[in-house]
Design a protein around this ligand. Structure first.
Ligand code: ADP
Ligand code: MG
Length: 609
């Protein structure tokens, strides 16, 4: 037998290795931005086309490369950043493996132009799927200009594996945000399909945060600064009242490198303990600096995980720093106050919602009497002892509303276990969360929130399919200023969002005027609903395998559904049950949680024996 083992050709070896470094367009963006930062650039422009699938270009004004280095940089393990093992323990640059450019050029078409300040002429290199095409002198400004075209053009399996443009763009934005946050003294441009998404001027970290995430962050930033035992912590955290329902912006940087650490996350959340509701997430951008010899960044090829020698010390310093900032800025006492304001807001929300018929689905214009009622409620609210009267008033209000309920009783499934016997039946709420009624085979317990989620999900989906959401026009449009990322997302979901029943028009840069919201919705204002829809979509659905309509219906039903803790009138309960069993699939929420449970009579009997 002949020998069978052969060395792989370089190009193939590079392609295989590329799999580790280059997973998607965002990985290329990350590596190239890091290189520009390592080259001490002051101005960096990132241009992407077709979410980076067609083109990623980065232009920097950094150190540039010599003619030889320009050629060398595409070789595997070619780096200017470390020379010997010891250097690994004192890394201050972002890159150090010398793998990125070799990997990228193995799976794309790359053009590099670069020039050092001391050279009069620059150099241009073209390289296609690891194959060197040409190198020649070129006139180009000091710095580096690198174009990466048609990523994975030669690895169809990988190219097909890429997600939709909004998803890939979202990943690019994430990388961009991380680099932009950790380098506020560098100015950045980001263009997507020739549209300017960001122009970030060099400045302070606080300004960078506001530029990236929106003006409303200005008031909510609380500075953090601490230095203990050679560990330095700086950055900003968000005020407790601004904590979000979904994991929003949370960033840790260790020696200016973005890292993920659920352990340190826990330290921050722990510091907020008692100040924010459970399952809500505070904003933070925290920089941890320590001697590089105490951290190992070499544990993961994409370098977002690190290992500290002494994890516990870092944990407790992070926690105490955040606690101290919350304390120094008097956020603890102000919390009591903010609970009150939340309370008022919730109350107001309830007012609005009750006035528009609780969770009814077709919302009529408020009549004069209803408007008067609103006034009465406002008066009532300020009298804490009048709670009872308030309740009554609300109920009267609801009684007058139930006529508008859409009934699906005729579609009611006659299936044995589901049959509700008779119309005049006992129907009551337990814990303001569950509706209990008797059915033929026993007791039916319905989770009101889950049930409503299912009902809304099917409605929204239908509206999207038929391309007709019912819009409730506002008297006055509401302007909403979005951050650039959300604005891009909204543009991408434009069709779907409009078909849900949102009506809006462009109103200046990253700003829209909301003229109306879906009539199907209830507990939230149109603005809240739209914002939470975007938030939920990007954190839970952007990556999902469902199509846009399905994802958006899911996000929307989750947001608009009535919640546990909401008191329902008998008519509302009945309507909810009717509509639930008018659904195609009444048994589960879109996420597979049960909507109702039947406690069978024979099991009840067993309980007593
Ligand atoms: P690493 O960053 O790990 O060293 P890369 O493959 O990303 O590996 O880059 C290889 C080398 O090319 C770098 O060490 C650096 O010397 C050079 N280089 C890459 N990008 C730039 C740039 N934008 N400006 C100047 N030099 C660069
Ligand atoms: Mg690099």
């Amino acid at each position: 037998m002949t020998d069978v083992i052969q060395l792989l050709p370089d190009s193939l070896a590079n392609q295989i290795a590329a799999g580790e470094v280059v997973q998607r367009p965002a990985s290329v963006v990350k590596e190239l931005l890091e290189n520009a930062i390592d080259a001490k650039s002051k101005n960096i422009t990132l241009i992407v086309k077709d979410a980076g699938k067609a083109l990623i270009q980065i232009i920097d004004d950094g150190q540039g490369m010599s003619e030889t280095d320009a050629r060398m940089c595409f070789e595997r393990h070619a780096t200017s950043k470390i020379r010997k093992t010891e250097d690994l323990f004192s890394i201050r640059t972002m890159g150090f493996r010398g793998e990125a450019l070799a990997s990228i050029s193995a799976v794309a078409q790359v053009e590099l132009k670069t020039k050092r300040d001391e050279d009069t002429i620059g150099t241009q290199i073209i390289i296609d799927g690891s194959k060197f095409k040409s190198q020649e002198g070129v006139s180009t400004p000091t710095g580096t200009n690198i174009v990466v075209k048609n990523l994975f053009y030669n690895v169809p399996a990988r190219r097909n594996f890429l997600k939709s443009n909004p998803v890939e763009l979202r990943h690019i934005m994430d990388e961009f945000h991380r680099i932009a946050l950790s380098n506020p003294e560098v100015s950045f441009y980001l263009f997507q399909n020739d549209l300017e998404v960001y122009h970030l001027k060099a400045g302070k970290l606080s300004q960078r945060i506001v530029h990236l995430f929106g003006k409303n962050y200005r008031e909510q930033l609380v500075p953090c600064q601490e230095e203990v035992e050679e560990i330095k912590i700086t950055g900003y955290i968000g005020k407790p009242e601004n904590a979000k329902k979904s994991r929003g912006e949370q960033y840790f940087f260790v020696n200016n490198r973005f890292i993920r650490s659920s352990y340190l996350n826990h330290a921050v959340v722990n510091a907020y303990h008692g100040l924010i509701p459970e399952n809500s997430f505070p904003f933070f951008v925290l920089f941890i600096e320590l001697d590089p010899k105490h951290v190992d960044i070499n544990v993961h090829p994409t370098k977002t995980e690190v290992k500290f020698d002494d994890e516990r010390t870092v944990y407790s310093i992070v926690k105490s720093t955040v606690k101290k900032s919350l304390g120094t800025f008097n956020l603890t006492p102000s919390m009591d106050y903010s609970v009150d304001t939340n309370f008022i807001q919730n109350f107001r929300k309830d007012e609005k919602q009750e006035n528009s018929g609780g969770f009814t689905f077709e919302r009529p214009e408020p009549s004069q009497r209803e408007k008067d009622n609103l006034k009465n409620w406002e008066n009532l609210y300020f009298d804490a002892f009048e709670n009872e009267r308030f309740e009554k008033q609300v109920n009267i209000e609801k009684e007058s509303k139930h006529l508008t309920f859409e009934s699906a009783a005729n579609k009611f499934d006659e299936g044995e276990t589901r049959q509700v016997s008779g119309t005049e039946k006992a129907l009551f709420q337990v814990d303001l969360s569950y509706i209990v009624t008797s059915v033929k085979s026993g007791l039916m317990i319905i989770d009101q929130q889950n049930a409503h989620e299912r009902i809304l999900f099917e409605k929204f989906k239908k509206n999207l399919e038929n391309q007709q959401g019912h819009v409730q026009q506002f008297l006055f449009p509401e302007t909403i200023e979005l951050n650039a990322a959300d604005y891009t997302l909204l543009k991408d979901l434009d069709n779907e969002v409009r078909n849900l029943g949102f009506s809006y028009e462009q109103f200046g840069k990253n700003t829209i005027a909301l003229n109306g919201s879906p009539t199907l919705s209830s507990q939230k204002s149109g603005k809240e609903l739209l914002l939470s829809l975007l938030e939920d979509y990007k954190s839970n659905h952007a990556d999902s395998t469902y199509d846009k309509r399905e994802s958006i219906s899911r996000a929307m039903s989750k947001n608009a559904a009535i919640k546990k803790g909401k008191s329902l009138s008998k008519e509302e309960m009945q309507s909810l049950i009717d509509q639930l069993f008018g659904c195609e699939n009444p048994n589960y929420t879109p996420n597979g949680e049960k909507t109702y449970y039947i406690l069978e009579a024979k099991n009840i009997e067993r309980m007593f024996n």
